[in-house]
Design a protein around this ligand. Structure first.
Ligand SMILES: Cc1cc2nc3c(=O)[nH]c(=O)nc-3n(C[C@H](O)[C@H](O)[C@H](O)COP(=O)(O)OP(=O)(O)OC[C@H]3O[C@@H](n4cnc5c(N)ncnc54)[C@H](O)[C@@H]3O)c2cc1C
Length: 280
């Protein structure tokens, strides 16, 4: 379908982007366009003004930030996948960026767009939630840091308010005792996840002491599997704890899978993710 009519402006800096964003009540930022343009073609989104931030080279970076790695919101999935700093200090992020879509999607889509879009089927939001990442949001009043646990508020909804933009993503550097895994089940190689599980674990003497488990496509937003996390923290073996992973979720039924099958997948993939994180 052809999108409804809209105006188009190119931002030459983040400050300019915010100025343009504030000039129209239903303006939208355009980053890689790989989620927004399909939504406009379906007329699910009808912004009157598109503010193109896709050329802001200064907002595409991966930097050492002490105990964290800072990633500019306009960094493309391919560059996140290839960043040596992430591969060394937070490999779950680079690994997962490499699991997104196909080469065309990874060359255009951005980490900021992926996180700000708030799609419960997207991969990087779950990784951010499992890592307890920090999201830096900028508006006319300045910047604020939003913890990932408070960022994803509903289906296609996040803590980024009208007139604000996500400018940076901060992920922790993982120590030697920390294991990780992202296990994604798709119907076809380049699809969105039918279900996926992100696991970050703290290991001691060959077993898991603590785990952070986040679920993709198991509800209206990415979710933490808190019942399973609590069971692991109190010494329950992985296999038993994994049975608790679907607790509290409300997965959708759609062309890819029934809700019932997703509940089953969450347990099976969760078990695999925990076992892989223990070894990795
Ligand atoms: C064929 C195909 C397959 C895909 N497969 C996957 C997959 O397997 N896994 C997956 O996770 N994703 C997948 N995607 C989605 C892809 O990762 C998108 O690139 C991503 O979801 C959105 O990023 P974008 O830069 O394209 O954002 P855009 O489409 O430009 O924007 C998306 C939304 O976020 C807003 N936005 C963008 N940047 C910012 C910002 N910095 N601050 C605030 N708001 C912002 C926009 O206004 C818009 O509302 C796929 C997409 C396609 C087309």
């Amino acid at each position: 379908m052809i999108p409804a009519g809209f105006d188009y402006e190119v931002a030459d800096s983040p400050a300019h982007a915010l100025e343009l964003l504030g000039s129209s009540a239903d303006a939208k930022l355009l980053a890689g366009g790989h989620s927004l343009l399909p939504a406009m073609k379906l007329r699910v989104a009808r912004p009157s003004l598109l503010v193109d931030i896709g050329r802001l080279a200064e907002s595409s970076y991966v930097r050492d930030a002490g105990v964290q790695v800072a990633i500019g919101a306009l960094t493309r999935h391919k560059d996140v996948r290839d960043a040596p700093l992430l591969r060394e200090h937070c490999p779950i992020v680079s690994f997962t960026a490499g699991e997104i879509g196909d080469p065309q999607v990874r060359h255009r889509g951005t980490i900021g767009g992926s996180i700000a879009h708030g799609d419960p089927a997207s991969d990087l939001p779950s990784v951010m939630l499992a890592l307890d990442a920090e999201l830096v949001v900028r508006g006319s009043e300045g910047e604020r840091i939003v913890p990932a646990r408070e960022f994803f508020t509903g289906v296609f909804q996040t803590a980024v308010g009208a007139g604000e933009m996500l400018v940076e993503i901060r992920v922790p550097k993982l120590g030697a005792s920390t294991g990780w895994s992202y296990v994604k089940m798709t119907r076809r190689a380049q699809d969105w996840a039918t279900v996926a599980v992100a696991a970050i674990v703290e290991r001691s003497n060959g077993s898991i002491e603590r785990a952070a488990i986040a679920l993709t496509n198991m509800g209206g937003t990415t979710l933490r599997a808190t019942a399973a996390e609590e069971a692991i923290a109190s010494g329950t073996p992985i296999d038993e704890a994994a049975a608790l992973i679907p607790e509290g979720t409300e997965p959708p039924s759609d062309y890819a899978a029934s809700a019932e099958f997703r509940l089953h997948l969450a347990e099976v993939l969760g078990k695999r993710a925990l076992a892989e994180a223990l070894e990795r």
